[in-house]
Design a protein around this ligand. Structure first.
Ligand code: DLL
Length: 474
């Protein structure tokens, strides 16, 4: 379904229209206020908030004052920042324009790990109201903290994201992001409440029950990873129910890379507007950036809270203007865990704003620097393989990339499921077509196995696309 088309059936009220006008900011304008993204006085949870109505100059001025405050907070309260700023020969007062930020040192996940668990916190623990943590599958976990004000800003930006996606007060939001230390579930939850919606806190897993809940409780909005959404769609079909007939109209999908081809697949099979939501726990959680339903052209970054840069992923080098690179964020309002030039490892590019003109957009994240597989000198991202698979007849969007090593030779096997009802010959033909397209498109020779439907591992949360057995040698 494109933005221009209807939602099919009887659409819920204003589920896909642009945000409704809200009263202009009061005489105090967009100056600092206790909750700067709350709806303007007299406004409603349905309309854009104060910051969304700013023009670019107003936004830049607000960003600079917030940036100066953040740098000061980081320097005064967090030893690691003080050390790094001193080593780089910069002080908070050296930041007189937004461009001056480039003089400050980057922060990495390793810095957060070094400070584990609370070393990077800028407030006393009695002001920290909640903790979240990364899973720590790749080393020491990282812990992030939020003050009351941080939690309120987070709810505001997720509420703003929901509105941008077309959700309205009174809509029911089925949250299938995991609840717990992962920021997805609770982040979505409080944002949906802030937006005046009714939350269904389903969390991940128990898929058959989730489908039952969706059928019975009739939510208009789904928040889930794109891969889990596919699992839900398959379950609808397994139960003999047409997912297109569900009450769902809009989905906010994120927490993992996905492609335009996957958007098309979800929109066709579920009859929803499938929109991208981005975020990361170190910077906040979901709601750092959101795609608008009326344009579907990448994600507007909520720049009044998160200042973006894109830099050369391979070095500390200068910004790659207007080009793909590594996304870097500086928090502008966070209290408990301010981050200065945090390197996300996510690859994207910055674009001018469209549906929210003052806010820059980021193109959808195609992958993380860490997810890039280098095979015989060729770089390839799982998202490139996803695009190819979804363009191949008979191939379902469930796949895994299996890496092995024989001698000194790396090999990749693409394992993908066939669509139901595909015979052995058609599967072999599909495998050959995929291998050919990967060779043509990515320059890589791979083996392709098209396996029976329902044989690959299903995701409940973030999907694991790469199984790397190269160290095991087999
Ligand atoms: O995944 C927060 C989140 C929850 C975002 C729900 C959206 C929806 P982390 O677990 O810290 O936080 O993982 C952050 O996930 O650096 C990206 O690599 C990836 N990621 C998040 N959103 C997207 C997206 C949450 N829309 C990491 N597209 C990030 C691609 C995404 N990758």
């Amino acid at each position: 379904m494109t933005a221009a088309e209807g939602t099919g059936g009887a659409p819920p009220p204003a589920a896909v229209s642009a945000p409704q006008p809200a009263p202009a900011p009061g005489p105090a304008g967009p100056a600092e206020a206790p909750s700067p993204t709350a709806p303007p006085a007299g406004g409603s949870a349905a309309g854009p908030d104060r910051a969304e109505l700013m023009d670019a100059d107003e936004l830049r001025a607000l960003q600079l004052s917030r940036l100066q405050r953040t740098l000061r907070l980081a320097y005064d309260r967090v030893e690691l920042y003080r050390r790094k700023f001193d080593a780089a020969g910069v002080r908070p007062e050296d930041c007189r324009s937004l461009d001056d930020l480039a003089r400050f040192p980057f922060t990495t996940k390793d810095d957060l790990r070094e400070g584990y668990p609370y070393g990077m916190f800028a407030v006393p623990m009695d002001r920290v109201r909640r903790l979240h943590a990364s899973s720590g599958t790749t080393g020491t976990p990282t812990v992030v903290g939020y003050t009351d004000a941080d939690l309120s800003v987070w709810a505001d930006v997720v509420a703003r994201s929901l509105r941008a996606a077309g959700a309205r007060p009174g809509h029911k939001v089925h949250v299938a992001y995991g609840y717990g230390l992962f920021t997805g579930g609770l982040g979505a939850h409080y944002g949906a409440e802030r937006a005046g919606c009714t939350v269904i806190p389903a969390s991940g897993g128990m898929t058959a029950r989730q489908v039952r809940l969706i059928r019975d409780l009739r939510p208009e909005v789904l928040m889930a990873t794109p891969s889990y959404t596919l699992t839900l769609i398959d379950e609808f079909e397994r139960q003999g129910v047409d997912p297109r007939g569900s009450s769902l109209r809009v989905g906010l999908f994120g927490a993992e890379p996905w492609t335009e081809e996957m958007r098309r697949e979800i929109e066709e099979r579920l009859d929803v507007h499938a929109l991208d939501i981005y975020g990361l726990s170190e910077v906040m959680g979901p709601g750092v950036a959101q795609e608008c339903v009326e344009t579907k052209d990448g994600l507007h970054i909520w720049e009044d809270h998160f200042y973006p840069e894109v830099v050369d992923p391979l070095g500390d080098g200068p910004q790659v203007a207007g080009e793909d690179g590594e996304l870097v964020f500086t928090s502008l309002t966070k209290e408990a865990l301010p981050v200065v030039r945090y390197r996300t490892r996510d690859l994207t590019r910055l674009l001018p704003g469209t549906a929210r003109p003052a806010f820059r957009r980021m193109r959808r994240v195609t992958g993380r620097c860490d997810d890039m597989v280098i095979m015989r000198g060729v770089n390839v991202f799982p998202s490139q393989i996803e695009e190819i698979l979804l363009r191949t007849d008979g191939v379902a969007p469930h796949f895994q990339l299996h890496l092995t090593r024989r001698g000194r030779m790396d090999r990749m096997t693409v394992r993908a499921e066939s669509r139901p009802g595909l015979g052995p010959e058609q599967r072999a033909a599909a495998a050959a077509a995929v291998a050919h397209a990967v060779k043509e498109g990515a320059g890589l020779t791979v083996e392709v196995e098209i396996v029976a439907p329902e044989t690959l591992e299903r995701s409940v949360g973030k999907i694991r696309r790469i199984v790397d057995d190269r160290a095991a040698g087999g």
